[in-house]
Design a protein around this ligand. Sequence first.
Ligand SMILES: [Zn+2]
Ligand SMILES: [Zn+2]
Length: 278
Amino acid sequence: MIDYHVHTSLCNHANGTMDQYIQNAIAAGLKEICFLDHLTLHEGGKHLSMTPDYVPFYYQSVRQLAHTYKNHIRVKVGLEVDYDPKNAHAVKKIIAPFDFDVIGGSVHFIDTLNIVSSKDIQARENESIDVICRDYLMLLDEMIENMDVDIICHLDIIKKFGRRPSAEFEKKFDAILSKISHNDLAVELNTSGYNHKINEFYPNTSLLKKCHEKNIRMTIASDAHQPHQVARYFDKAIDLLIKTGYRHVSAFTHRKPYDIPLLISNHDILKIQNGGAS
Ligand SMILES: [Zn+2]
Ligand SMILES: [Zn+2]
């Protein structure tokens, strides 16, 4: 299996060495791990990201480790970039000189509001979740149009702290999914939600089914900020992907996707034929 979203201490809110993430991935039996550390230029998030001048160091460090571990695991290098309309152009310029394997796109900020931080809780609670969701989807839509990303990270992150938007937003998510499908982008099944108040994956099962119906590529991601979180809840995630109808997840090299099979043995296939992968 693969884990396509782990952080490093360069973002100032994750810990452990890159080696530790890789060693835990090997111990978990993964064939591939992809570093997808934060790059944001947003005023409110700069302290939670590597600074632009660290990008060359980050890139080279991961490439070096890929070489060191090449007989044990494939190590890929990507970035989780924030979509921030004011800085979109600047971010693209920073990324351009590097041959990243994959670029993940995230919306963490709506104007000055941080929608993922537990510190911004009061400002967030003062706003209705439907307003947050409306603005979030607008930015997601813009990100798909304006940023050259390969993976949409934690698609329904707005639910992180337990509040869900009203049912009418289902349709708006549908429109976003159609655009994701049309652009042949991937969505990640991000397992970190099991450690958040919402206690479920991003995206939820109903959105995941729609992703499958629309032939959207899926990848799998722990969003680990500590080495022990690598591949967290992956048994559950893989079961869910198979039950939803997925038979592959997507991995990337030089921004080109390729398939990693979810079913690896006749035993797995028999389990499916017998009604599930549990
Ligand atoms: Zn994120
Ligand atoms: Zn992340």
